[in-house]
Structure formats: C-alpha cells, structure tokens
Design a protein around this ligand. Structure first.
Ligand code: GUN
Length: 302
C-alpha cells in the first residue's frame, strides 16, 4: 500500500485563497484590512528568511504589513516600549516578535507584554489558558498545531474516538496539539497520549496510533514497524542533515529530513505528510488566519 500524501503546499494555497476572499469582503463592507506587524531583532539569516516569507504572504492576502527591524543591540526596555506602541495602534491586529531574541533580552517578558488579543502566535499565557479551556474560549491557537489539525481535517481523517499519539512535549507543538485533539468538537474528540524522552517503550505507544503526530526533532526516530497499517502520520520534524546545490537556483540549500523514515513509512501508513512540503508551509498560513480572525473578533464577526 502507498499512503495518500497530505501536502501542506496544496492546502496552503486553498486556505490563502479563502483568506484573500474574506479580506476583500471585509474591506468592501467595513473599510479595513487586517494589520500585522513583524518585529525582527538582529540579523539571524533564518529569522530574516522567515520574516520575509511572512511579509510576502501577508501582502498576497491583502493585509497591511509592517516590518519593524531593530538592531541586535536594542535594549529590553526599548523593545517593550515598541510593543506597547503596537498594542495601542488601532490599525494593527497582530503582533509577532520573531524568535529567538538576543541573549540580553528576556524572551518571556517580551512575549508576555504583547496584548493577548493581538497575540497571533498564541504564545501568551492567556492564550495558552484559553486553548486549554477549549471551545469558544480559544482565540489564537498556536500556528503549527493549528496547521496540523487543519491538515488532518482536510485529509478527511476521522478524529472522533481516534487514538492520537503525540511524540514530543514542546510548548510550541507537542503540548498544544495534544490539548487541541482532546477537546470536544470538529477535528478533535480523540483519545490522546503524549510520549517523550522519559517514556519507557516509545514503539508500543506509536503502534496503537490511528493518528501519529511526531515533533521530536530527531531525524528518522520513528521506524516503519512502529506505524499501524493505515494510520495517518504527521511529521513535524525539520532536521537539517546536510547541504546540496539547488537545481533551481544553483545556490546551497539545506537537505531536510523528518522525524519519520518517510520512504518506508509511506508503504504502511494510510496518509502521511512529506518533509519538506508537509507541515512546514502550514505555519505561516495559520498565522495569516489568526491575524484575519483577530480583526474579525474586533469587528464582532466571530
Ligand atoms: N521563530 C521560529 N518560528 C517562529 C514562530 O512560529 N513564531 C515566532 N514568533 N518566532 C518563530
């Protein structure tokens, strides 16, 4: 059996088209568009490329995009003042501070200073709490878990009563996706197990999974024999295992490998996400959705 591929690149296009249409409608009816500010501190090359892609995607869907680049040397107090400025700016619905921040700045303090109603990353403790409560309380699910859930739903995989096993317990992926999948409602209502580096027998848990979500950051961790035949496998791992020359651009690019042994796993799973082109493209897509929703909350449309 060869698994159905769940392609983030395709799902991204569908969602961005839906967002673009909604932005146009809101602009016509209410005369406003969602505003997103991306704050970049320093010149980390990976951060620059993420931020550039966020801005390009925002422009594509019709947002007001503000890129605020600050020097590596900015003080914590000045960065807090900048966040305060955007908290008070009525034209801004989403504030994103690109991580990681330089060592002299307390990341937690910065994230906690963002107005929870503009926290489109979903990292503020208030939004973590809202996610835990679930249902109508949830405003901004964190982007990668939201993308994972969207992929499972759009692939037509039954989640109600499904055994979901999440490998990894990070605050950004493992804990929130586990929490989202156990809530009542569409695309959830599952029985969830979280496994991690302290788990005794990883394989035995994975073998039970109807939906296996792997966010461990260990290339090839999940072996094909750990996969239940027909299972849905979501691989969140993006591990740089080397470099190659791109055929398209002639430039050096990273060779990426997931946490799952993809070639063997696709012969056993019912559906599976590739790396790259799987979960990766969904994160920025869901950031756009959260920013649109932020404006919709403000306008009373949600
Ligand atoms: N750095 C890498 N990924 C992310 C993300 O999703 N949000 C923020 N704010 N910074 C990041």
């Amino acid at each position: 059996m060869t698994a159905k591929l769940i392609l983030g690149t395709e799902i991204r296009e569908a969602i961005l088209e839906e967002i673009t249409a909604e932005v146009k409608q809101i602009k016509e009816k209410h005369g406003v568009v969602p505003g997103l500010v991306t704050i970049l501190v320093g010149e980390n090359p990976a951060s620059i490329s993420y931020v550039t892609l966020k801005i390009q995607t925002g422009h594509r869907v019709g947002f007001k995009e503000v890129q605020d680049s600050q020097p590596e040397t900015i003080s914590e107090a000045d960065l807090l003042a900048l966040i305060d400025k955007y908290n008070k700016d009525d034209s801004i619905n989403g504030i994103l501070v690109q991580l990681p921040l330089p060592k002299h700045i307390d990341e937690k303090k910065i994230l906690n200073a963002i107005d929870p109603d503009k926290d489109v990353d979903g990292f503020h403790p208030v939004n973590v709490g809202r996610l835990m409560i679930g249902g109508a309380e949830v405003k901004f699910p964190p982007c990668t878990p939201a993308g994972i859930q969207e992929m499972i739903v759009r692939a037509g995989v039954e989640t109600k009563g499904a055994e979901v096993v999440v490998v990894g317990r990070s605050n950004i992926v493992g804990k929130p996706i586990a929490n989202m999948m156990l809530q009542k409602g569409k695309g959830a209502n599952s029985t969830v197990t979280i496994v991690h580096t302290g788990t005794k027998d990883l394989a035995s848990h994975c073998k039970r999974a109807d939906i296996l979500i792997v966010a461990a950051g260990v290339p090839g961790l999940v072996k094909p024999e750990w996969i239940k035949p027909g299972a849905c496998v979501i691989d969140v791992g993006v591990n740089r295992v080397g470099e190659k020359i791109s055929e398209k651009t002639g430039k050096k690019i990273a060779i990426l490998r997931g946490d799952v042994d993809f070639d063997a796993a696709k012969e056993i799973a019912g559906s599976i996400t590739p790396v790259p082109g799987g979960v990766g493209p969904m994160t920025i897509t869901m950031l756009m959705k959260n920013t649109l929703n932020s404006l919709k909350f403000k306008l009373g449309l949600m």
